[in-house]
Design a binder for this molecule. Structure first.
Ligand SMILES: CC(C)=CCC/C(C)=C/CC/C(C)=C/CC/C(C)=C/[C@@H]1[C@@H](COP(=O)(O)OP(=O)(O)O)[C@]1(C)CC/C=C(\C)CC/C=C(\C)CCC=C(C)C
Length: 588
């Protein structure tokens, strides 16, 4: 009995596990736990028979003075623990590096050239076949050197064992394996592989495990690292990362295409995942993918706070919030960028008509599409058509349009005379947005929560939306003045002996600053009053909603400091500060 092998874990595998756990913990979801657990189970179950065979046939061995003693099918427990901890570490690294990637963008439609829409991505099936041929070749070569019972035995055993798993994963998930950014695939394979090569070099030198001289080539990658060991760690990390990628590929198909999977579960069974992976790629909805692509690029261009927050959401809710943002942004821009009040009014009318037909269960989808294609500019169409209106009630959307109508009234009168008017306006343009975010969250994660509980949380969300809108107004006093708008209540201006036009002409100075602080005070009071409700949301949404709210409220905190940085007339939160805020609220 000895502690040598156990010490390898104490020194080299457990410390990175602890660091990775601490780093990923604030982002961990139920699906992540499921994924890690699933892969560890597959890794342990598939490696035990193989490893046990290697030990029983003497390909490698462990001197009795380096292990604790207990064994499972002749495999020392330390070795079984190795399968668990390696899978855990590599999986966590993959999850960390993949968090910000919006994976549905890497799904590709594949259609036969006979399909009316023509041949999309005709190269993909070729990539699949090429990869399959390569892997079959590797398996065949492994088999031939294994059968020769010579120095290629250990290499052959690795290839014949790992090859078929890789072939299966490749055949199901080659699109993702090829398409995802290398930081999501190559890096989580390469980093742990090189690390384990170094650990292995040290272990082999100390004799913690020993490879039989007759079944190895005797070739070294570097001094002390047998080529077989190098291949083994590379192959196992490839299996873990490709397994994670395949899992994510399945989740993406499941959550992205309501035409194939109308109501997917949050934590799907392995059978459902397989169904998603084998679903024909010709059934992927191209319009849906284009809509998501538009939504991501719109969010990236227009809102740094919500873009950061969106990367902390996972799965279905991330797509739905992106699509909701896209809709709100497009509607707001159509109205804001109109060349006259009449044109803006006409856009509101058309959006209202769109809602009317989209929510009318008796009108065919094709008729709704036709209406949008005929009435809206090309770049706005996907934002309207992809709105997840089945998960949203109609009233907040209608209220949002009322809010836009209040904006239009600036052309004829001053719609915000009192603090109450300001609150009504903020409720319409932002309270409604918060309501819709929360409706989506409850629909996806907690549909069965008693309606009364949902309502009280949604109401608190509405107040939070108002707080965010106050921050928005406080930030944009000068920007709004440039287009002739003042959202500060007329009553406040009169108290300070200012007229509406005074502020339009001079939106700076001590008096305006005082009003800005007054508005921010109101914003922070509402924020403090409603932030507790975030902790009542389903667990998956709490951290990300904190990020969304806090990174926007941080603009308010910046505005309260002297000498804040202004870009394009607006106070901005430096990127490092935004990241710090996000990290700290995720860790709460
Ligand atoms: C994470 C993620 C992708 C969230 C998406 C949130 C979303 C759908 C935002 C829509 C934004 C939008 C364009 C709305 C149109 C009306 C409008 C302009 C509202 C103002 C937003 C400011 O956006 P921005 O700074 O880009 O706008 P301009 O520069 O003025 O053009 C608003 C200030 C409203 C934002 C309000 C929310 C996102 C609601 C936040 C509250 C919650 C999420 C609920 C909190 C929950 C509880 C229980 C308290």
């Amino acid at each position: 009995m000895g502690f040598e092998y156990a010490l390898v874990h104490a020194k080299y595998t457990i410390p990175p596990a602890l660091v990775l756990t601490a780093l990923y913990k604030p982002l961990l979801t139920r699906v992540d736990v499921y994924k890690i657990f699933f892969l560890i189970t597959v890794a342990v179950v598939s490696t035990i028979p193989w490893d046990s065979y290697l030990i029983r046939t003497g390909v490698w061995s462990y001197p009795s003075h380096v292990i604790l003693g207990p064994k499972l099918f002749d495999i020392p427990l330390e070795e079984v623990f190795f399968f668990v901890i390696q899978t855990y570490n590599t999986s966590l690294l993959y999850l960390l590096l993949s968090k910000s990637t919006f994976q549905p963008l890497y799904l590709r439609v594949e259609r036969a050239s006979t399909h009316p829409s023509g041949s999309r991505n005709p190269q993909w099936p070729w990539y699949r076949r090429l990869g399959q041929l390569l892997l079959l070749g590797i398996i065949g070569w492994g088999w031939s050197i294994l059968r020769a019972h010579g120095p290629g035995t250990y290499t052959g055993l690795i290839l014949v064992w790992a090859g078929p798993f890789l072939l299966l994963i490749w055949s199901l998930a080659y699109q993702f394996i090829l398409g995802l950014p290398l930081i999501n695939t190559l890096v989580p394979i390469a980093l742990p592989t090189v690390y384990l090569w170094i650990v292995d070099t040290l272990a082999l030198r100390r004799g913690t495990w020993v490879i039989n001289a007759k079944t190895k080539y005797g070739t070294y990658l570097w001094d002390g690292l047998e080529i077989e060991e190098a291949i083994f760690f590379l192959a196992t990390n490839m299996l873990i990362v490709c397994g994670q990628v395949a899992f994510d590929n399945a989740l993406c198909v499941l959550y992205t295409f309501p035409n194939i999977f109308p109501d997917p579960p949050v934590v799907p069974s392995p059978l459902v995942l397989i169904k998603a992976l084998v679903a024909s790629r010709s059934r992927y909805d191209e319009n849906r993918l284009a809509g998501l692509e538009d939504a991501v690029s719109r969010l990236k261009r227009k809102s740094r706070s919500f873009y950061l927050a969106s990367s902390t959401f996972q799965g279905q809710i991330r797509s739905d919030l992106l699509l909701l943002y896209s809709f709100c942004r497009v509607a707001d821009d159509l109205v804001d960028d109109a060349s006259s009040a009449e044109e803006a009014g006409a856009w509101i009318k058309k959006i209202r008509k769109f809602l009317e037909i989209a929510y009318n269960g008796e009108i065919e989808k094709s008729a709704v599409e036709e209406f949008v294609y005929e009435n809206f500019p090309r770049e706005a169409q996907s934002a309207l058509l992809q709105l997840p209106f089945k998960k949203l009630s109609r009233q907040p959307l209608e209220d949002l349009l009322h809010g836009f109508e209040m904006d239009l009234a600036f052309n004829t009168s001053t719609p915000i005379k009192t603090e109450e008017d300001l609150e009504v306006y903020a409720q319409k343009v932002a309270g409604t947005v918060a309501q819709m975010c929360n409706e989506l969250i409850f629909y996806i994660y907690d549909r069965n929560r008693p309606l009364q509980e949902q309502q009280s949380i949604i109401q608190a969300g509405g107040s939070m939306g108002i707080a965010l809108q106050y921050v928005n107004i406080a930030r944009d006093i000068a920007v709004d003045a440039k287009i002739g708008r003042v959202y500060l209540p007329l009553f406040w201006l009169k108290e300070a002996n200012l007229s509406y036009d005074d502020v339009v002409k001079h939106p700076t100075g001590d008096v305006v600053e005082k009003m800005r602080s007054r508005l921010l005070q109101k914003a922070f009071a509402l924020y403090k009053h409603s932030r507790g409700a975030i902790e009542e949301l389903p667990s998956e949404a709490r951290g990300p909603i904190r990020v969304a709210v806090e990174s926007y409220m941080e603009i308010g905190r910046v505005l309260q400091q002297e000498g804040y940085v202004v870009k394009a007339g607006r106070a901005t939160v430096p990127k490092a500060r935004r990241l710090r805020v996000a990290w700290s609220v995720l860790n709460q």
